[in-house]
Design a protein around this ligand. Structure first.
Ligand code: SF4
Length: 278
């Protein structure tokens, strides 16, 4: 029996794979989003689609774990629709041709394929499991002021081995994604080892591909040197922590954390605020 300790959430700033990536790609956006908690002007439809789909998959795997039965397509799509239609603080930013109904239609097609081909592990250990783990600098060993906060989509056990499965909604399948674990999966692998005291963890993605003919594919992520991958991820966390500390000490943190124009800008929830302060 595997038990994941309940997250200990204090007042300190937490780092997630997403916030570390934001800090790396645009420190100014990080400041607005995670330190000031400023409300974004909108949230992208693709992000809302992914979150709503996660809710449906969470229902599926929780039911599978508890009773080895499966929800119907209409139960999954009803939950998806409820998330899309739920009142929200910030509006959804739809791209051309997208509407709430088009998202629901696309989800229905994807969930139908999921019910045919989605992963059905024998032993589901946890679903949408929140975790926190203390972070440290892997070179100095010094504890960071921020803890890691994450959510494991699916934790399973196969032939005695622990495996993390992450659901990825995407517009096309990118084979490069499984060549090695990214920041998120490296951090999760390290965190699960700390929490469960295991030596090795398998990683895989369950891709939910939103093409005209939707597909659902489970693909293992190649691992060559777990320790090295996890160390690199911890270094990235330590670097984000350094910049947070630098900003908090600065008289004008917004000037200490630069804006970085990139592909992120078109979907960034702070783009108007950012442009008005150029
Ligand atoms: S619009 Fe671009 S530069 Fe400005 S905060 Fe967002 S990502 Fe950074």
């Amino acid at each position: 029996m595997v038990t994941i300790p309940a997250p200990q959430l204090g007042d300190s700033i937490h780092l997630s794979a997403s916030s570390i990536t934001t800090m790396t790609e645009c420190p100014w956006e990080f400041w607005k989003k995670y330190c000031c908690a400023d409300k974004p002007q909108d949230v992208s439809a693709s992000l809302v689609f992914g979150s709503a789909l996660h809710e449906s998959l969470s229902l599926f795997y929780n039911q599978l774990r508890q009773s080895r039965t499966e929800p119907s397509l209409s139960e999954l799509t009803d939950l998806f629709a409820a998330v899309i239609d739920a009142p929200r603080d910030v509006p959804i930013h739809f791209t051309k041709g997208e509407t709430p109904d088009s998202l629901k239609k696309s989800a229905q097609a994807l969930l139908r394929v999921f019910l045919q081909r989605g992963a059905r592990p024998d032993h589901v250990l946890a679903v949408e499991q929140r975790i926190t783990v203390a972070l440290h600098n892997p070179i100095s060993g010094k504890l960071l002021p921020e803890a890691l906060l994450g959510t494991l989509d699916l934790l399973i056990e196969t032939a005695g081995k622990i495996s993390i499965v992450d659901h990825k909604t995407c517009a096309r399948l990118d084979p490069d994604r499984t060549r090695s674990p990214d920041l998120q999966m490296s951090l999760y692998s390290w965190a699960v080892k700390q929490l469960l005291g295991v030596q090795s963890v398998d990683l895989s993605y369950q891709f939910l591909v939103r093409t005209k003919e939707p597909s659902v594919i489970v693909a293992p992520i190649s691992r060559f040197d777990e320790e090295r991958e996890e160390r690199a991820a911890l270094m990235q966390a330590a670097s984000a922590s350094f910049w947070i500390e630098t900003a908090l000490r600065a008289e004008q943190p917004e000037l200490a954390l630069p804006k970085r124009k990139s592909w992120r800008c078109s979907g960034c929830g702070y783009r108007s605020m950012c442009a008005s302060q150029d």
